[in-house]
Ligand binder design. Structure first.
Ligand code: ATP
Ligand code: MG
Length: 344
């Protein structure tokens, strides 16, 4: 048995851009560009990054809703890309997804009971579906009597609970939560995150929890991976990543989170990134972050960093000039440059 429930190796998804009458590929959108990640059973991996950096595409690749351009997806140590249709159907019981938009992900013409029972029907579960659905409604904090209502009769938070009930109906091992609270009010966000945490304890679930904001995944994640333009640029245990970020991008994202203490909030420096996220169809050369990075120089333009282990176990970052202490910029930077050049 593998140490990990889910693992990806050099996973890539390059969508072709087609043009002309013959619909020839004239380029590629590198939505996911070489992702290696590992998630242990019972753990929560948070994935964070700006809009368009490839988070949803990565989720769809892991669930095999998309066939990757390159790379492997391993579930309990087995490469699922080699699975046939029947094996894949069986595996789908164990992997579920909760979507970002609770308004778009539930069929408005179906009653809630029928929506939640859908995976039970698809997998030919025996027994009384109505009883099971009512049980599920209760587990996610909804009234079991509301079995016959339509999605529009519920609020956003309640609809997300319906989506969660559907996801746990088959007792999966892994749930990918693709920005499940982004569309909700802040007060409701906390309730839904608490529900995810309770369910994890109760059913021993493994989560991949996607968000575009580092503050959202902080409390639920054991480890966090930061994505930029289709690549993971930093990954670490939660406390380590928030406490001692190494990648300038993570540092900038963290500096954007408001602090609860007004005095500290006034005093601290905010790192504002210049420019927009570059297009994944034409990413910058070398380190793709160099065009926005406050620490980059010519070396970063010409060389591509890889995800290297940092001082603390399990902490990885892909940067030639990682953030050490803010004071260490001068001398430390020259040393790192020397090491980086020696390596290449
Ligand atoms: N089917 C597709 N064909 C072509 N390009 C696509 C396709 N799906 C996604 N993309 C592109 O891939 C990139 C990554 O998209 P993706 O939806 O994975 O980003 P995301 O990180 O989930 O963003 P968001 O935070 O907005 O949900 C984007 O540039 C997007 O336009
Ligand atoms: Mg998305």
């Amino acid at each position: 048995m593998s140490e990990y429930l889910i693992e990806t190796r050099n996973l890539k998804m390059h969508f072709p851009i087609r043009a002309g009458v013959l619909r020839r590929a004239v380029g590629h959108v590198k939505a996911v560009d070489g992702v290696d990640l590992q998630v242990r059973q019972g753990e929560t991996l948070g994935i964070v990054g700006e809009s368009g950096c490839g988070k949803s595409t990565l989720a769809r690749l892991i669930l095999r809703l998309l066939e990757p351009t390159e790379g492997e997806v391993l579930f309990e140590g087995e490469n699922i890309l080699a699975y046939g249709q029947n094996q894949m159907h069986r595996l789908r019981r164990d992997m579920q997804i909760v979507f970002q938009d609770p308004f778009a992900s539930l069929n408005p013409r179906k009653k809630v009971g029928s929506i939640i029972a859908e995976p039970l029907r698809a997998h030919g579960e025996p027994g009384n579906h109505r009883r099971r659905v009512q049980e599920l409604l209760e587990i996610v904090g909804l009234n079991p009597e509301h079995y016959n209502r339509y999605p529009h009769e519920f609020s956003g938070g309640q609809r997300q609970r319906i989506g969660i009930a559907r996801a746990i109906a088959l007792k999966p091992k892994l749930i990918i939560c693709d920005e499940p609270v982004s569309a909700l009010d802040v007060s409701i966000q906390a309730q839904i995150i608490n529900l995810f945490e309770d369910l994890q304890k109760e059913f021993n679930l493994t989560y991949i929890f996607i968000a575009h904001d580092l503050s959202v995944v902080k409390h639920i994640s054991d480890r966090v991976a930061v994505m930029y333009l289709g690549k993971i640029v930093e990954a670490a245990e939660c406390a380590q990543l928030y406490g001692e970020p190494r990648h300038p991008y993570t540092n900038a994202l963290l500096s954007a989170i408001p602090l609860p203490d007004p005095k500290r909030e006034r005093e601290r420096q905010r790192i504002v990134l210049v420019g927009d996220v570059p297009s994944p169809s034409d990413p910058p050369s070398g380190c793709t972050f160099h065009v926005r990075c406050p620490r980059a120089d010519a070396y970063c333009r010409d060389n591509t960093p890889s995800l290297e282990p940092q001082r603390v176990d399990g902490h990885k970052a892909s940067c030639f000039f990682p953030v050490l202490d803010s004071q260490q910029l001068g001398e430390g930077r020259d040393n790192i440059l020397a090491v980086a050049e020696g390596r290449s």
